[in-house]
Every structure is written in structure tokens, then in C-alpha cells.
Ligand binder design. Structure first.
Ligand code: KG4
Ligand code: ZN
Length: 340
């Protein structure tokens, strides 16, 4: 069979990304970050949409060039249709539609959260020069990003069920809002990760939520950190930054892994993956591996570039949708919120 070449576009939040994938192998994954938001302490939707408009043509050009792929070789165009910031999704959707019309190639609409999970299907190069074996089905995936925290049961690439999720803040928000309380710039997650490496995770203890089923809550943790900091003297944060970051990170990881463990016990599946921006966190990656060893799980962690938002994950999802004949037409519109 002729190889299947997918061009994928991701523009759901503040990363403009394009990727070329041939038969499930990612040949390029170009990501343009938007530094314009730093001054505002968070993503400004209108500025993000404008930055996508500026970035999208050069990013797609770079992805094609890096893959040595002419436009004529593309078999289908995949794009993030939902969920995300509506103005941002519109830029990627309209671009994908225009290209589909101009090239007369089919369109594939991709759900961003489903794609985060399938980032675990992207083969990873191993130190011995070979590539990692694909994750086996069924598996449980802890998807932790800036907007979502979910436990997903995947029984095949396109059959994914959310079995638990946050009832308030997402894990990424817990990192970013805690970082803000410490006076760190946005996005604070990677900074907490960095400072935590030098701190004591057991130095401070914050409230742990008691939430039923496989659901999560992070708003109580944020309040507990706020009240704790309000009681301290001036200069406390600067003097204890590393211990504070390590303790906050430890609290978030403990909440996440306790629920993941509960899900494993309930569902009986021991193939475990993580996905989403927070899966780039070095403490979470290590804690998952340690827990996996202790409990006899087979753990899967995507390469860093496929954890935070990227078009590689949209491309691999597009590839499986292509094989399933799951195409969309030019009437498709993006959606800020989308149920699975
Ligand atoms: O998946 P993602 O790139 O975008 C969404 O779909 O939301 O996730 C972004 C989130 C942000 O909250 C960011 O602070 C967090 O992922 N993040 C991290 C790390 N890298 C990114 N959180 C903790 N440690 C990290 N190393
Ligand atoms: Zn994401």
C-alpha cells in the first residue's frame, strides 16, 4: 500500500504547530511559542489568535521543509477542531480548510485531548538506535494539561473513555496558580519543576482533597497555599522558594498518583501512560516510573516535545482517523468545548 502522508496543524491555545507524519512516523514537529503573553501573566486570547495568523504559514512551511515533503505528497490535512480558545482554533481550522480545498485533499478533524493521549503512540528513538515498541491496548492515561485533568481508558486508538476528571482547576492550573502566589511569571509549571529539584518535597504540607470516585480537585490546594503564605513574614518566599516549589509539586503529584492508582485497582489495566503539558514535569515522570516499578505497571511517558501542545500528536491521531476513513467536510467549524 502507498504510504499515508498527513500534514497536521495545532492552534488551540498559544502554540502554533505543524507536523508531517508518514505511516505513523513523525518526520517533523515545528512549534512556535508565543512570548507575547508573558507580560500579562496568562494567555490573552485575542493576542494568541493574531500570533497564530502571523505564525501559521511559516510554521507549516518549516514543517514541510524539515520533512522534505512537497505539498503535492500530502494525502490529508488534520487539524485541532476542539477544545480550545475559539479564535485560535478558527485560525487553524480555516487554514486547514483552505489547504484542503486548494489541494483537493480530505480534511480530518481532531479532538485535542484524544490527541494528547495518542502522543503515547508516537515511536520514540531509544539510546541503542532502535525505536520504542508502541504502547499496547488497553491502557489507562493520566492526561494533565493547562485546561484538563483526566483519567482516560483507551481500548484502541480511537476508542477512548474519560473515567475521571477534575471538578474545578486542572493540574496545570494548580501549578500555574501556585507559581503566581510565589510571584513567579506565567507559565509557572516549568519553573516550579526547575526550583523543586533543589528543594525538600516534605518541607511543607498542604491540604489534600477528599473527592469521590476517580475525580480530582485542585482549588482547595491553591487556597491552602494562599492561607499558608499569608501567615508568613516578609521575605519567607524568597528564603524558602526551593522547598515551597518542591512541596507544592509533591502535593500535586500525590493527588494525581493516588487517583491513578485507584483507577488501576478498579479497572484492572496495568498499562499506564501520562500525557499533556504537566507530563513534562520531571517529578511526575520519576514518581510514575517509581510507582510503576513498585506496583508492577508497564509505564509509558511521551518524549518532552510531545507532552506540551504540538502538532505531532494531531498528526498521529489524524493518521489513525485516516485509516478508519473518519473524514470531515468543509462545513466543519471549531468548538471551544467538546464532549468526547
Ligand atoms: O498541554 P499543554 O501544553 O496545553 C494545554 O492543552 O493546556 O499544557 C500546558 C500546561 C501549563 O499549565 C504548564 O504550566 C504546564 O502544562 N507545564 C508544566 C511543565 N511544563 C508545562 N507543569 C509542570 N511542570 C512542567 N515541567
Ligand atoms: Zn494541550
Amino acid at each position: 500500500m502507498k504510504p499515508v502522508t498527513i500534514l497536521a496543524i495545532e492552534s488551540s491555545c498559544d502554540e502554533t504547530s505543524a507536523s508531517v507524519c508518514v505511516d505513523g512516523k513523525i518526520l517533523s514537529n515545528i512549534i512556535a511559542n508565543q512570548s507575547v503573553h508573558e507580560a500579562y501573566g496568562g494567555v490573552v486570547p485575542e493576542l494568541a489568535s493574531r500570533a497564530h495568523m502571523q505564525n501559521i504559514v511559516p510554521v507549516v512551511d518549516s514543517a514541510l521543509a524539515a520533512a522534505h515533503c512537497p505539498l503535492s505528497a500530502i494525502d490529508a490535512i488534520a487539524f485541532t477542531q476542539a477544545p480550545g480558545l475559539i479564535g485560535c482554533l478558527l485560525v487553524g481550522t480555516q487554514f486547514a480548510k483552505s489547504l484542503s480545498l486548494a489541494l483537493n485533499k480530505p480534511l480530518i478533524a481532531v479532538h485535542h485531548m484524544q490527541a494528547h493521549v495518542l502522543a503515547n503512540m508516537i515511536p520514540q528513538p531509544l539510546p541503542d538506535g532502535t525505536v520504542s515498541a508502541p504502547i499496547a491496548f488497553p491502557f489507562l492515561c493520566l492526561t494533565v494539561s493547562g485546561g484538563h485533568t483526566q483519567i482516560v481508558l483507551a481500548t484502541s486508538p480511537l476508542a477512548q473513555t474519560v473515567i475521571g476528571q477534575t471538578i474545578d482547576d486542572a493540574a496545570g492550573e494548580a501549578f500555574d496558580k501556585s507559581a503566581k502566589l510565589l510571584g513567579l511569571p506565567y507559565p509557572g509549571g516549568p519553573l516550579i519543576d526547575q526550583y523543586a529539584k533543589l528543594g525538600n518535597p516534605l518541607a511543607f504540607k498542604f491540604a489534600e482533597p477528599q473527592i469521590p470516585e476517580l475525580n480530582f480537585s485542585f482549588s482547595g490546594l491553591k487556597t491552602s497555599i494562599l492561607y499558608f503564605l499569608q501567615k508568613q513574614e516578609t521575605g519567607f518566599i524568597a528564603a524558602n522558594l526551593h522547598d515551597l516549589c518542591a512541596s507544592i509539586q509533591h502535593s500535586i503529584i500525590t493527588i494525581l498518583l493516588k487517583k491513578l492508582n485507584k483507577a488501576v485497582q478498579q479497572i484492572g489495566v496495568k498499562n499506564i501512560a501520562i500525557a499533556g503539558g504537566v507530563s513534562a514535569n520531571s517529578g511526575l515522570r520519576q514518581a510514575l516510573q517509581d510507582m510503576g516499578k513498585k506496583k508492577g505497571w508497564k509505564t509509558h511517558i511521551p518524549a518532552f516535545e510531545y507532552c506540551t501542545d504540538n502538532a505531532g500528536m494531531i498528526a498521529i491521531t489524524g493518521y489513525y482517523k485516516y485509516l478508519a476513513g473518519d473524514f470531515t467536510d468543509l462545513n466543519v467549524s471549531p468548538s471551544a468545548r467538546a464532549e468526547w
